[in-house]
Write a protein that binds this ligand. Structure first.
Ligand code: KE4
Length: 430
């Protein structure tokens, strides 16, 4: 029987860092990752049989918990009809209709195979539609690994971006500007510096890739107004928030209509998927109805479409009430544990996306996140993992709850957290 250690050693021989996505390597928290053998509901089990209560949910897709019987049954049936056609199928039409019917102002979507493809394609469309080249993103915002988005903020609140990874060229970086989330002035100053150059502003309406941050009152509305004032498109990157924080995602929850929106994660029910969409006038510019080229061998894959459709069809009003409730229970429990142990911490939550920052005050932008105590988060993470609680292995991430998280699992999570907080007060190191 393989062990976690044995698999990790073999993985490091054939996979960069031993993983297929960097955050999974536990670099930010120390230690080596367990290898998951199976998952069910809100739990995962590693190859050595250790069980964990799962707050990663595959980084968002597993909103109904793992192996939901109706999703699994739909997939089993679809499997018998083939895995990929490279041709049109009914499931892609049905999922597109389900998505369009949920989101106010959304008229058409195009399916791709990841959130990265979705944002990359939405950016190309925005540039084509506006005949402009520059985009504005936010420090700490993550939109996948396309070159235009792997751009770090320079010093100051509104800057010309610089490559954030070797291999990203100055040419790719030159058209990306970086503003500060929750700071409309930093956005306005970029627009005023280049009033006719900005094609789009791309924003996570609830940032989840620097931990969960809540938009200040009027911030998202302000972005809408600035884009209208300067003739740019507003892109909501809802890869994480889409169909998680409301039946119609952030567009419904906040009542703001972007020009384009990107999706992923939940709409694939755990299979590889992404999508971008908007009003018909924009989307019909996409090939073959228009000149903006974008394509994909596995786009609209029948298995991914089936899993996504089964998932969305189960995300009814009761499901969203449950998601709010489990999120609130965890937040209240963790808050009480912080207070009872005197450990400085801030919990920020929108629905079933939540982050605990070891910080004295509320977090409203990326610089605040950077100033939080990530060393303490690493100790907390390891303490929780030892106690069978699998949190995201970085303080710059959102934790995800599902409709499968039960009261007793939330309670044991809070008990474990309180134990770890007490160890901080006792000055113990894990
Ligand atoms: P993917 O290419 O990983 O499917 O999606 C990229 C992406 C785009 N936009 C937003 C708002 C996202 O959250 C993501 C991906 N999220 C991360 C979680 N921090 C994926 C986890 C990982 O990179 O392994």
């Amino acid at each position: 029987m393989p062990t976690n250690q044995n698999l990790n050693e073999r993985a490091k021989a054939v996979l960069p860092g031993g993983v297929n996505s960097p955050v999974r390597a536990f670099k930010a928290v120390g230690g080596n990752p367990p290898y998951i053998a199976s998952a069910k509901g809100a739990t995962m089990t590693d190859v050595e049989g250790k069980q964990y209560i799962d707050y990663m949910g595959s980084w968002g897709p597993m909103i109904l918990g793992h192996t939901h019987p109706e999703v699994t049954a739909a997939l089993r049936d679809a499997l018998d009809h083939g895995t990929s056609y490279g041709a049109s199928c009914a499931a892609e039409v049905e999922l597109a209709e389900e998505i369009v019917n949920r989101v106010p102002g959304l008229e058409m979507v195009r399916f791709v195979n990841s959130g990265t493809e979705a944002t990359m394609s939405a950016l190309r469309l925005a540039r084509a539609a506006t005949k402009r080249e520059v985009i504005i993103k936010f420090a700490g915002g993550y939109h996948g690994h396309a070159d235009s988005f792997l751009i770090q903020a320079g010093s100051g609140v509104a800057t010309f971006g610089a490559p954030d990874s070797p291999g990203v060229t100055e040419g790719a970086a030159k058209d990306t500007r970086v503003a500060r989330f929750n700071d409309l002035h930093s956005v306005r100053s970029l627009f005023e510096a280049e009033p006719d150059a900005i094609a789009a502003v791309i924003v996570e309406p609830v940032p989840g890739n620097m931990g969960v941050i809540l938009a200040n009152e009027g911030f998202l509305e302000g972005l809408r107004e600035l884009c209208d004032e300067f003739g740019a498109l507003l892109i909501f990157d809802e890869v994480m928030t889409g169909f998680r924080i409301a039946r119609g995602g952030a567009v419904e929850r906040f009542g703001i209509t972007p020009d384009l929106a990107t999706y992923g994660k939940v709409i694939g029910g755990g299979l590889p998927v992404g999508a971008y969409g908007g009003r018909r006038e924009l989307m019909e510019k996409v090939s073959p109805s228009g000149p903006v080229y974008q394509a994909g061998t596995l786009s609209g894959n029948p298995l991914a479409m089936t899993a996504g459709l089964a998932t969305l069809r189960l995300l009814d009003d009761d499901a969203y009430s449950t998601l709010e409730m489990v999120g609130e229970k965890l937040q209240v429990g963790l808050d009480a544990a912080l207070k009872s142990t005197g450990v400085p911490g801030v919990i920020q939550r929108v629905g079933s996306m939540i982050t605990l920052f070891f910080n004295d005050t509320a977090i409203s932008c990326f610089e605040d996140v950077q100033a939080a105590d990530h060393q303490r988060y690493a100790v907390f993470f390891r303490g929780m993992l030892e106690r069978g609680i699998y949190l995201p292995p970085s303080g710059y991430e959102a934790w995800f709850l599902s409709t499968a998280h039960r009261d007793e699992q939330i309670k044991s999570t809070v008990v474990a957290a309180e134990e770890v907080f007490r160890s901080f007060q006792a000055g113990l190191k894990h």
